[in-house]
Ligand binder design. Structure first.
Ligand code: NAP
Length: 250
């Protein structure tokens, strides 16, 4: 295989694992660049090269792909990062670079789960106001401002790191680092008197314990369903992506 450049749009644990695996598997034959949005202060970095910050939209990303002479673009962003995924699809088409999407399978409800499906954060906000006295919000730092209209529910927001400015007055922050454990999630929900959990359908195992804990305690879960993403060549696992990269660049 000739030396080629693979650009990974990252920001997820799977993107990091994929970059590590590609560097391990292809060594000097591939230039692996992981692109991060630059929002996390101390992200865990993968092997290979890192670039940081937005591209300035579709054209910026297309220009970047041409600059680094990318042979492949891998969209390994979070399933709710809809804007960058749309830009990736458009930029790859514009610059005629093959694109692969690494998309973690969504969680599926078990019979004892009490999920209420909603299409977006605003719909989740309406459900919280109707149903809860003490709600655990686990949707990440990006969307916190959307919960501001809630007045009669005590909100607990679980985050991986403390934000520089608190975007949700009156809410209590609970800091935690995945992977979470079911027993600890049960203890946390009991301690805080949680009667409702709000989550995105992230998939994977690192944050699944909150779903198991809610199931064990009979607590309802407001499940914000995944936004529709552009189609394309999709793989569901890091191993699947690794195999495809070999095929595409051969
Ligand atoms: P988004 O709404 O789809 O993207 C907003 C803008 O951020 C994009 O238009 C792009 O700016 C920039 N951007 C996003 N991901 C980028 C990347 N990997 N490299 C360079 N620029 C990027 O995305 P988001 O929901 O804010 O998520 C940002 C990052 O956090 C993503 O990398 C995602 O994987 C990660 N993340 C998101 C969530 C979530 O729930 N959304 C959860 C965990 C991790 P330009 O238009 O200027 O290029």
């Amino acid at each position: 295989m000739a030396t080629d450049t693979v650009v990974i749009l990252g920001g997820t644990a799977d993107a990091r694992r994929l970059a590590d695996a590609l560097v391990d598997a292809f060594g000097d034959d591939l230039r692996i660049i992981t692109s991060l949005a630059g929002r996390t202060k101390n992200p865990r970095l993968p092997k290979g090269e890192i670039r940081d910050g937005g591209f300035g939209g579709t054209e910026g990303l297309a220009a970047y792909l041409r600059d680094v002479q990318a042979g492949l673009l891998i969209d390994a962003t979070h399933p709710y990062a809809a804007q960058i995924s749309k830009h990736a699809a458009e930029a790859a088409a514009m610059s005629e670079v093959p694109r692969l999407v690494l998309d973690r399978p969504a969680w599926e409800p078990e019979p004892e789960d009490r999920w209420v499906h909603v299409p977006d954060i605003d719909a989740a906000v309406r459900e919280i106001s109707r149903k809860s006295d003490a709600c655990l919000i686990t949707t990440g730092v990006n969307d916190l401002a959307a919960f501001a209209p809630i007045v009669s529910t005590k909100l607990f927001v679980r985050l991986i790191e403390k934000p520089e400015t608190m975007l949700l007055a009156g809410a209590e922050i609970v800091i935690g680092t995945p992977p979470y454990k079911k027993d600890e999630e049960i203890a946390l929900m009991r301690l805080l008197g949680i009667d409702l959990v709000v989550t995105k359908n992230a998939g994977g195992s690192a944050t699944y314990a909150k779903i198991e804990a809610a199931r064990a305690l009979g607590i309802e879960v407001i499940m914000i369903d995944r936004p529709p993403l552009p189609g394309g060549d999709i793989v569901n696992s890091v191993d699947g992506a690794l195999e495809q990269v070999g095929e595409i660049l051969r």
